[in-house]
Design a protein around this ligand. Structure first.
Ligand SMILES: [Zn+2]
Length: 295
């Protein structure tokens, strides 16, 4: 019996209901990369749900660069290899392993997860396969460490994965990772520091330039021009300006829920709470006054 590793709930909402898959029906565990260098589980979930029109993320489980294991569809029929989903589980890994390396943390987490799935479903290490073993694809990429993974599972040398010593606050680390991916390098230390705030403001200025032709200097320092260029951001908004809003709300002590760039209930609630705290009209819409107070 392998020990169940820690599997995080990513708080994903699926459209409609999922179909349970019995462990006795599972014959293979299929490994996938994202073929994308930065997407996190929320990006993948949104793509599968909103662009592909699926119920939500197609993978049963998902592993980030830092070795955190997330539940995707769990023990429900996945959508990861056409015509093979009814007897397989899919494990997705963050990254593009045709170009990037699979991290040590991902290998350890993948081994812990697969060892547990192998024992739960009464399989062998050789039942751990890659997407390309079932379909014509490069997935999970040439850098996927399949031999090491199978050896760890068959040798029973699997330990509870430790995410690589994350420090500080998880939400802030997500914000900082996003800033780095956006092109503004900051240290991913999980701390609400001035460089992080500056990076967020830079994204804000850059997005106002890109989306609205605001013509602002992208210096990370809010001034009269930046304040004046504010646009209304409200429920239903999606994208980087909403991420900026969520990051600034969190920095000011109002948790908007997931850092996903989608303006829903959590973000609206946080905007109202922030507005109330600042003595602004609590309409739940981030307009000029709210932005000014946040920046
Ligand atoms: Zn795949």
């Amino acid at each position: 019996m392998a020990i169940k590793p820690t599997i995080k709930n990513a708080g994903l909402s699926f459209r409609g209901s999922l179909t349970p898959i019995a462990k006795s029906k599972v014959k293979k565990i299929v490994q996938h990369h994202m073929a994308h260098q930065t997407w996190d589980i929320h990006d993948v979930h949104k793509f599968h749900r909103d662009s592909n029109g699926w119920a939500g993320i197609g993978y049963n489980f998902w592993i980030g660069f830092d070795g955190t294991i997330y539940q995707g569809r769990g023990f429900n029929v996945g959508a990861h290899v056409l015509n093979h989903n009814h007897y397989t589980l899919g494990v997705g890994y963050q990254g593009d392993f045709t170009k990037q390396k699979m991290t040590d943390a991902q290998l350890q987490a993948g081994a812990a997860l697969n060892a547990w799935l192998v024992s739960e479903c009464n399989l062998k290490a050789s039942d751990i396969i890659g997407h390309k073993d079932l379909a014509s694809t490069a997935c999970p990429g040439k850098n996927f460490r399949m031999t090491e993974l199978r050896n760890l599972v068959s040798g029973g040398k699997v330990s509870e994965p430790k995410p690589s010593n994350p420090t500080g606050d998880a939400f802030i680390r997500q914000v900082q990772t996003w800033l780095c991916n956006y092109g503004y390098k900051v240290e991913v230390d999980g701390l609400k520091g001035p460089e992080t705030r500056k990076g967020i403001v830079k994204v804000y200025q850059n997005e106002l330039n890109k989306q609205f032709g605001a013509g602002l200097a992208v210096d990370g320092i809010p001034g009269p021009k930046t304040y004046a260029a504010a646009v209304n951001v409200r429920r239903g908004a999606k994208g980087n300006l909403t991420r900026v809003l969520q990051a600034l709300l969190y920095m000011s002590g109002h948790n908007p829920g997931p850092f996903d760039g989608a303006f829903g209930d959590g973000t609206e609630k946080a905007v109202r709470a922030f507005q109330k705290a600042k003595g602004l009209g609590a309409d739940g819409i981030a307009g000029k006054n709210t932005w000014k107070a946040l920046l």
